[in-house]
Write a protein that binds this ligand. Structure first.
Ligand code: COA
Length: 607
């Protein structure tokens, strides 16, 4: 409760007095009983928080999955000189994915550990989410979504390929003949790749972009027909969706901050991230996806290689690590020596739909709402390479704490106040643990960002002595903010974050049927949970662009990938808000990081 009040103090100080009163009446009223309920729950369950957290974070949120929920990731593009080479790459990736799936089936995944700074293993991390990623399907619900747990005896032995909005099923393993060979996989993929677009193909995949209750109702309509039921069964029970996109997104989707940033031809990083997140809407590849499925891997016509994944099954690192490792394995393979030989397997099954007028109308409505969501997304990618984590470490500061403070300074510079800030903290030290929330907005951060901003113009009129003194004061505020942020990280990853706990108390109140305590219905509580800055560190093995949309209409999404010599920021906002701008945020992050380095260098020289 004290930590909660610190949040109120940082983001809505005018509510502080009332919040203190509400906290006191909670502590002397329903609080202890609810806490006791949690303690009892802890005795009965492996993890008292995760099920409620999953409901609160994902299943009860009606928003469409693309942009709002599902993150996108792009690795460096592949270079193919013809379609055959693309099919070989994809087939090899899928063979590697089958190997990975078999490792999971045998429960042989190497356990990850928390390590000391010199690399010594300390504590094992829960691997449950790794095992469930390929085994869960997110089914839409009119009230709330749910996971379908896929039984390996009836699922995961075929893949679905999406090409020109048409879905195909390729069986990859059968009990009578074992696993498909690499050569057979190549041939099956080529058969699909060589099939031209058919303008009559209904873009059924677009239905998965609707808000969850709307999609749930549209799915019920599809299920009335037996052929559609069969298709849905195949889509839901497949190992993954492979999206082969036969077009690129136009340069109107470009918006990287530094010009001539380019991985592929005219595209920039923002363009590639747009492609991963939503496929460019219905005019491009938005229907060439099945967003409910955890893994949609995407191969673009120009070699773009990435994925979009459903988030409720696991965190980015579990998924991106596997994706990168499998890609690395393929990249390390020798070119295929043998000539391609025709396979005798039956052609991949084409999923034909029988659509009622109502379903056709559902599709039209899904197209309209998805396209306006796509148009609203404002993305900008900043590849900051002035310095990276080694400089920050040399200053004896946690790089993650430092970057979070840079984001706080950025938000304050743009909007003149701090906001509730979300950063995912892995709690995999606990069985079935997912994440809690590192909250970077704090009274200490506020004091520092105010000092930074007040200092800027005035410093120019300062005498040298005054300037030095002011610089020292700012550095003192900064040290306090760093200290507090470092403790906040440690608290969260060790299970002392406040967000899972508050969710638990709220759900306990619901479960006990005694009415919601006033504290949780108060405006301050809503403000403290309105995450206008939603951030996450996703550091990959290789260069990668990763991002997601804002979680509130007036917010920013900010994902950062800490490279050896750079930090890649993917920033998102919504154009319709009018007050936010991904580009301005990116520009300001860059100046904040430069100013902070300057501040540290000045502090060192005046010591
Ligand atoms: N002085 C010098 N070095 C320091 C330091 C200090 N005061 N504090 C930390 N470091 C070092 C660390 O030892 C580490 O060294 P390494 O480069 O050898 O690994 C490095 O700086 C990075 O540490 P830090 O920046 O503190 O962060 P972290 O790597 O421990 O990550 C979190 C912090 C919160 C991001 C991490 O714990 C976490 O939860 N990650 C998961 C996030 C997630 O789930 N994202 C996906 C959501 S979908």
């Amino acid at each position: 409760m004290q930590k909660y009040l610190k949040q109120v103090e940082a983001v809505c100080p005018n509510h502080l007095e009332r919040s203190k009163v509400l906290v006191n009446s909670f502590l002397s009223g329903p609080g202890p009983k609810l806490q006791h309920h949690l303690l009892e729950r802890r005795q009965k369950m492996v993890n008292w928080a995760t099920e409620w957290w999953l409901d609160d974070m994902y299943f009860s949120i009606p928003l469409p999955l693309p942009i709002n929920i599902n993150p996108g990731l792009a690795l460096r593009p592949k270079k193919f000189s013809n379609q055959q080479e693309a099919a070989i790459f994809l087939a090899r990736f899928l063979m590697e994915l089958l190997n990975y799936q078999e490792t999971l089936d045998r429960k042989e995944l190497e356990v990850e550990y928390v390590k000391t700074r010199d690399g010594k293993r300390m504590q094992p991390l829960c691997m449950a989410q790794h095992y469930q990623i390929l085994r869960l399907y997110r089914k839409p619900g009119e009230v709330r979504d749910e996971h379908i747990v896929l039984d390996r005896t009836t699922s995961g032995d075929h893949i679905i390929v999406a090409h020109y909005n048409q879905f195909y099923s390729i069986p990859v393993r059968a009990s009578d003949r074992g696993r498909i060979t690499e050569m057979e996989m190549i041939q099956q993929l080529l058969k699909i790749m060589e099939t031209p677009a058919d303008p009559r193909t209904p873009p059924v995949g677009i239905l998965t972009t609707s808000s969850r209750p709307i999609w749930a109702r549209a799915r019920q309509e599809l299920l009335k027909n037996e052929q559609n039921r069969h298709n849905l069964e195949l889509l839901e029970r497949c190992l993954c969706i492979v999206c082969i996109d036969e077009d690129v997104l136009p340069v109107t989707f470009n918006e990287s901050y530094k010009k001539n940033d380019c991985w592929i031809n005219d595209r920039d990083y923002a363009n590639v991230l747009h492609h991963c997140l939503h496929g460019g809407g219905s005019r491009y590849h938005g229907a060439n996806r099945w967003f409910d499925k955890t893994l949609n891997v995407i191969l673009g016509k120009d070699g773009m290689w990435g994925m979009v994944y459903e988030h409720s099954t696991g965190e980015a690192l579990a998924i991106s690590n596997a994706f990168e490792t499998l890609t690395d394995n393929v990249d390390a393979m020798q070119p295929l020596e043998e000539n391609l030989v025709p396979s005798h397997l039956p052609s991949p099954e084409k999923l034909e739909w029988k659509l009622s007028d109502r379903s056709l109308n559902d599709i039209r409505e899904a197209i309209a709402s998805f396209d306006s969501l796509v148009e609203d997304l404002d993305l900008c990618v900043l590849w900051f390479d002035d310095y990276s984590k080694e400089f920050i470490k040399a200053c004896k500061i946690s790089p993650d704490a430092y970057i979070q403070l840079a984001l706080q300074l950025t938000y304050f510079r743009l909007h003149g106040h701090l906001v509730a800030t979300y950063e995912s903290a892995s709690i995999r030290r606990f069985a079935a643990g997912r994440v809690d929330v590192i909250r970077a907005a704090s009274p200490e951060t506020l004091a520092w960002v105010k000092a930074m901003c007040q200092g800027d113009p005035e410093l120019q009129n300062d005498t040298q002595e005054e300037g030095t003194k002011r610089g020292q004061q700012i550095k003192e505020f900064f040290d306090l903010a760093v200290q507090r942020q470092t403790n906040e990280i440690a608290d969260n990853i060790n299970g002392y974050g406040i967000d899972n706990h508050l969710i638990g108390l709220r759900y306990a109140a619901k479960e006990m049927g005694e009415g919601m305590p006033e504290l949780f219905n108060d405006e301050a509580f809503q403000i403290v949970h309105h995450f206008s800055l939603s951030t996450s560190q996703v550091t990959t093995k290789n260069d990668a662009i990763i991002g997601y949309g804002p979680v509130v209409p007036d917010g920013y999404g900010c994902c950062y990938n800490v490279r050896k010599n750079a930090i890649i920021f993917s920033i998102s906002a919504f154009h319709s808000d009018g007050r936010t701008s991904a580009r301005k945020f990116a520009q300001t992050v860059e100046s904040s990081l430069r100013d902070m380095a300057e501040m540290l260098k000045n502090a060192q020289s005046t010591r």
